[in-house]
Design a protein around this ligand. Structure first.
Ligand code: NAG
Ligand code: NAG
Ligand code: NAG
Ligand code: NAG
Ligand code: NAG
Ligand code: NAG
Ligand code: NAG
Ligand code: NAG
Ligand code: NAG
Ligand code: NAG
Ligand code: NAG
Ligand code: NAG
Length: 828
């Protein structure tokens, strides 16, 4: 009985205590909510949170949830994508019953209030995708029941507080895409329940702690795009549940611990873009049966692709580019039925005899193959016809920069879904196969730097998706087909260094999309330049030097916005049209070695960007202007024009109307003669240098090739502000073009780029939260510098993603012709 009384008394006490505290605490909660609302920008509190007012109980306010046992206490605040902006109120720290706080995907600014550390019941905190700054408060260690901590995609700085290591229930940490620095705290490796540790895209440094091996429940370890150095600790091999190991784009060195290849749960591995070395052990793929993605590109690996690759039967993407791998490619790759992406470019793989090409035949079994990259290896001899038997799902085939000879396989047109066919810088001969016309989706066709003969097929005009058509440096002959005018998506057309003859078809000048380069130089083209050239309003560079062009320079050329224009060594006559100086961005004009006459337009002196003007060896007469480019002796060349006068004194031309006073300067004759000789020598050196550079296009082996920093899908997302409509430059049947700003390799400054996202019909279910891109190459040849890289990856939704990243016009300054860039070693 006494016991029952005691119990009753106890219950009464508890209840009354609960009631009083309920009153106080509920007002605390409503105060906290109102404070939260009041801190937000007025526009917002009047918007999504307008109904947070006393006309309804706060537990029914949108995004607010109260408990079932404590109906007046706020247990969840779920306000993701509420378009909230402003700082987070520290009063939120008073919501002492809060279990879930979800403020992701808003425009919150300022610091994370340390008061949040008072939320001891908090289990789930998501502040991702805001604009929060400052460091992560150490007080967060007070949220002792926290299971998920996600503050990704903000602007957080400073170190990761070691106090997080005290939150022993944490299963997920997502601090990726911030600006965090310092090392990975050892304390994190005490979190036995941790399943996801996402720290990618920060500025973390130091080594990977070997105690990471203690996180035996870890499923995802993503540390990519930081500055982490040292070796990968072998203890990582103890992470026996690991599914994704993403370490790309760091400064890791040393060998891959053998034990890693024993983690049978691995599906996604990225070691790319580090300084790792060593080999892939022969049995590497025996114990990773689930492996789907292996990215090892841009490291210092060597050795063979082991035949055990066949055991990784789910493999969808194998990226080994830009290493020192060698040997023949094992036929076993053909047994990987899900293989979609095989990028082996820039290694030392070889194939010379038919049996060494067996892999190519075997790959025909990979019906999902979409990219095959074999550029920059040691593939010699005839490219087997079996290449045409590859899956029709192939969208990109790259064989450039090998030593392939013979004809291009005649059935290459079987690969009807190709959007990129790169065969440049080989030793191919013979004509282009007629089946090429079947490649209706072709966007990039590079065949430059070979020895292709015959004419450019008329049917090329049917490939209307083409954006980049680079045929230069071959032995094409005959006329330029006017069907080229049908290529209404063409951005760059280069036909230089061939044996093309006849007139330039007017149709070419109606391709209004030509926006980078039109290069017709070093052929035998004749006839005159039509007025229609004025249609090419977006063209940046026009080259037609060393042909047999006659007639006058069309006046409508002034409607273009050229930066570079070279018409040297033709038989143009007439005078320079005054409209030329309407192209305000002109940087380089070469009209030398023609029959041009008349006066030099004074207005050329008004072109402020002009740093190279060559008018030599024509029949110009009259006064040379003395301002703008004409005031700079090293920027102009005018010799070989006998009837010029005036100009700046250093030109040593006769005065236009001979005043007697000039005789005073007789004593200057010797210095002037000396400077004239110096000028001539410099000029000849410049000419030799430029001529030398241009002729290089004929000799494939001298092409300079260099790996480009890999561009990831996420970098492109950032560069284009999430492919936002405001950055959309245009779209067409091929896809869409966005402008963007890409961080430079050194992280200093940005480059203006254009990102052409190709439209892809099919999607793949290959999913990964941190998709990364493959890259092809970055070629420093003048004609090619425009394409920075080709990104082929998987986007955030797991769909195939392909984009071409090129420089944007406004950043195209100095393309290698700048006399100031002539290296001082030139004289040697
Ligand atoms: C208060 O909230 C109610 C909905 O609960 C809404 O209809 C009303 O407009 C709000 N009042 C103000 C002043 O915003
Ligand atoms: C709630 O939090 C704020 C700021 O952290 C504090 O000033 C206030 O006294 C707290 N208590 C109540 C009952 O609002
Ligand atoms: C946290 O928010 C981010 C950004 O919106 C989201 O990607 C992530 O899935 C969220 N976390 C959870 C556990 O829902
Ligand atoms: C964690 O790992 C370190 C080094 O690998 C080891 O010395 C330590 O005993 C481990 N601690 C726990 C709790 O497993
Ligand atoms: C990368 O690591 C090497 C040593 O392995 C070091 O010399 C170099 O400074 C590091 N680079 C960066 C950018 O951290
Ligand atoms: C990998 O596992 C096999 C058997 O499962 C074992 O024999 C081998 O020693 C392991 N290798 C490493 C490096 O852990
Ligand atoms: C690996 O593949 C080989 C031949 O392709 C096969 O004999 C072997 O049984 C496979 N091993 C495993 C562990 O699947
Ligand atoms: C390709 O597939 C065919 C038929 O399925 C099979 O006979 C052949 O052995 C396979 N080749 C390779 C290399 O797997
Ligand atoms: C292409 O495949 C077909 C059918 O599988 C076969 O008959 C033909 O010989 C193959 N061609 C080459 C060049 O391998
Ligand atoms: C190109 O091919 C022709 C014959 O088709 C040959 O005469 C010429 O030497 C070749 N040029 C080069 C650079 O290989
Ligand atoms: C090219 O297109 C034209 C017109 O669309 C068509 O008549 C012609 O047959 C096509 N040529 C080839 C080789 O497909
Ligand atoms: C003259 O031209 C040269 C080459 O274009 C350039 O490097 C130099 O800066 C110019 N000098 C002046 C004073 O503009």
């Amino acid at each position: 009985m006494a016991g029952a009384l005691k119990l009753l008394y106890f219950l009464l006490c508890v209840c009354s205590h609960a009631l009083t505290s309920l009153g106080n605490n509920s007002s605390t909660d409503v105060l906290a909510l109102l404070s939260f609302k009041s801190k937000l920008s007025p526009g917002q509190s009047g918007g999504m949170l307008a109904s947070w007012n006393m006309s309804s109980p706060y537990c029914r306010w949108p995004g607010v949830a109260c408990g079932s046992r404590h109906p007046d206490r706020v247990v969840a605040l779920l306000l993701s994508s509420f378009n909230l902006s402003g700082p987070i109120s520290p009063f939120l720290g008073n919501l002492s019953f809060l279990r879930m706080l979800d403020l992701r995907d808003n425009h919150l600014v300022g610091q994370i209030p340390p008061e949040l550390g008072r939320l001891r019941r908090l289990q789930w905190l998501n502040l991702s995708s805001n604009s929060l700054q400052g460091s992560i408060p150490a007080a967060i260690g007070g949220c002792t029941n926290l299971k998920m901590l996600e503050i990704s995609n903000n602007m957080l700085q400073g170190e990761i507080p070691t106090e997080i290591g005290a939150l022993k229930d944490l299963t997920g940490i997502g601090l990726q895409e911030n600006d965090l620095s310092g090392g990975i705290p050892h304390s994190l490796t005490r979190l036995q329940s941790l399943e996801q540790l996402l720290l990618y895209e920060n500025r973390l440094s130091g080594a990977m702690p070997s105690s990471l091996g203690n996180l035996t429940n870890l499923l995802v370890l993503a540390l990519s795009e930081n500055m982490i150095s040292g070796a990968i600790p072998s203890s990582v091999g103890m992470l026996s549940s690991l599914s994704e190991l993403i370490l790309g784009a760091n400064n890791l060195s040393g060998l891959i611990p053998d034990s890693l290849w024993n983690i049978s749960s691995l599906k996604y591995i990225s070691f790319r873009q580090n300084m790792l070395s060593g080999t892939i052990p022969p049995n590497a793929f025996r114990n990773v049966p689930l492996l789907q993605v292996l990215l090892m590109d841009t490291n210092q690996f060597h050795g063979l692709i082991p035949t055990s690759i066949s055991n990784a039967s789910d493999m969808a993407a194998l990226q080994l580019a830009t290493n020192f791998f060698s040997g023949i490619i094992p036929q076993e790759v053909g047994s990987l039925r899900s293989l979609s992406f095989l990028q082996l470019s820039n290694n030392s793989f070889h194939a010379r005899e038919p049996k060494e090409w067996g892999f190519l035949t075997a790959l025909a079994n990979c019906s999902e193959l979409r990219l095959l990259g074999l550029a920059g290896n040691k593939f010699w001899g005839i490219l087997p016809d079996s290449v045409s038997n590859l899956s029709t799902s192939l969208t990109a085939l790259t064989f450039e920069f090998n030593r392939l000879s013979g004809s291009i396989p005649k059935d290459i047109g079987n690969l009807i879904n190709l959007d990129s066919l790169l065969l440049d810088r080989n030793l191919f001969t013979g004509p282009l196969p007629s089946s090429l016309v079947s490649l209706k989706n072709l966007v990039i066709f590079y065949i430059y730097g070979n020895n292709i003969t015959g004419s450019i097929p008329l049917a090329i005009g049917n490939l209307t998706a083409l954006s980049y058509l680079l045929l230069y440096g071959n032995a094409f002959s005959g006329a330029i087909p006017n069907t080229l005018g049908n290529l209404t998506n063409l951005s760059q057309l280069s036909l230089s260094n061939n044996y093309l003859s006849g007139p330039i078809p007017n149709a070419i000048f109606n391709i209004r999309t030509l926006s980078t380069i039109l290069d017709l130089a070093y052929n035998d083209l004749e006839g005159s330049l039509p007025q229609e050239i004025g249609n090419l309003k977006n063209l940046i560079e026009f080259y037609a030097q060393s042909n047999k062009l006659s007639g006058e320079i069309p006046t409508r050329i002034g409607e273009c916005q050229l930066q570079f224009m070279d018409l040297k060594s033709n038989t143009l006559h007439g005078s320079i049209p005054l409209t030329l100086s309407e192209m305000r961005s002109l940087e380089m004009i070469d009209l030398s070695i023609n029959n041009l006459s008349g006066q030099i337009p004074k207005s050329l002196g008004n072109l402020t960007m002009l740093y190279y003007l060559n008018l030599s060896f024509n029949n110009f007469v009259g006064e040379v202007p003395d301002f703008g480019v004409f005031a700079n002796l090293t920027a102009i060349s005018i010799q070989g024009n006998d009837k010029l006068c005036g100009g700046i004194r250093d030109l040593n031309l006769p005065a236009c109307s001979l005043p007697l006073s000039k005789r005073k300067h007789k004593f200057l004759v010797i210095p002037i003669a000396v400077s004239l000789v110096t000028t001539l020598v410099v000029f000849v050196l410049i000419c030799m240098y430029i001529w030398h550079n241009k002729r290089k296009a004929k000799i494939p082996s001298t092409y300079f090739m260099q790996g480009h920093p890999l561009i990831s899908y996420s970098q492109l997302v950032r560069a284009t502000d999430g492919f936002s409509v405001t950055n959309l430059l245009g779209s067409g049947s091929f896809g869409s073009v966005y402008k963007g700003e890409l961080n430079d390799q050194e992280g200093e400054g940005t480059s203006a780029v254009a990102v052409k996202v190709l439209k892809l019909q099919t999607s793949r279910a290959l999913k990964s939260f941190a998709s990364e891109c493959e890259t092809l190459r970055h070629v420093r040849h003048r004609n090619l510098v425009k394409i920075i890289t080709i990104c082929s990856s998987i986007d955030a939704r797991g769909n195939d993603f392909r984009a071409i990243v090129s420089e944007r016009a406004c950043s195209w300054s100095g393309g290698g012709m700048h006399p100031a860039e002539i290296p001082s070693t030139e004289s040697s």
